[in-house]
Design a protein around this ligand. Structure first.
Ligand code: 4NP
Length: 154
């Protein structure tokens, strides 16, 4: 089983959006028994909370389920338990790196999945209000991540 963990700050906007879309794609590809998907936040403010209303609205619009997704905080144990740890921005990436030491091979910056895109970090819709932008990035990036996993691990 290959495992993927998406990481953002609050675990209510970007990483649960990625988790829901990735699960949807994994299921559509018939890969549920091969790829496990989860998400976490580096902050502790929203532990146990459902995704943000803006994230839920976008996912509803596209009929992508977020059932059962609740915020939790990233721990150093996650680093050992997941094969791919995908961070939404440089601050998340630095926080994960600080918590887990110097082993960087499994740490990915989400926008490195979309190398031609002008953005190099996923903007935080908690501050920008632009959940549509994040949906589009997650849609394209998760597609690229499945191709990457297929070529590297499956
Ligand atoms: P996220 O957005 O990291 O994409 O979930 C945020 C959600 C909540 C907060 C910050 C960012 N907050 O400060 O509560």
């Amino acid at each position: 089983m290959i495992s993927v963990l998406f990481v953002c700050l609050g675990n209510i906007c970007r990483s649960p959006m990625a988790e829901a879309i990735m699960r949807h794609k994994v299921s559509a590809a018939g890969l549920e028994s091969s790829i496990r998907v989860d998400s976490a936040g580096t902050g502790d403010w929203h532990i146990g909370h459902e995704p943000h209303q803006g994230t839920k609205e976008k996912l509803d619009e596209h009929q992508v389920s977020y059932e059962g997704i609740r915020a939790r905080q990233f721990t150093s144990a996650d680093f050992d338990q997941f094969d791919y740890i995908v961070c939404m921005d440089d601050s998340n990436w630095n926080n994960v790196k600080k918590l887990t030491g110097a082993k960087e091979e499994k740490l990915i910056k989400f926008m490195d999945l979309l190398p031609e895109h002008e953005l190099r970090e996923v903007p935080d819709p908690y501050y920008t209000g632009n959940f549509e932008q994040v949906y589009d990035l997650m849609e394209a990036g998760c597609e690229a991540l499945i191709l990457k996993i297929r070529s590297e691990k499956l």
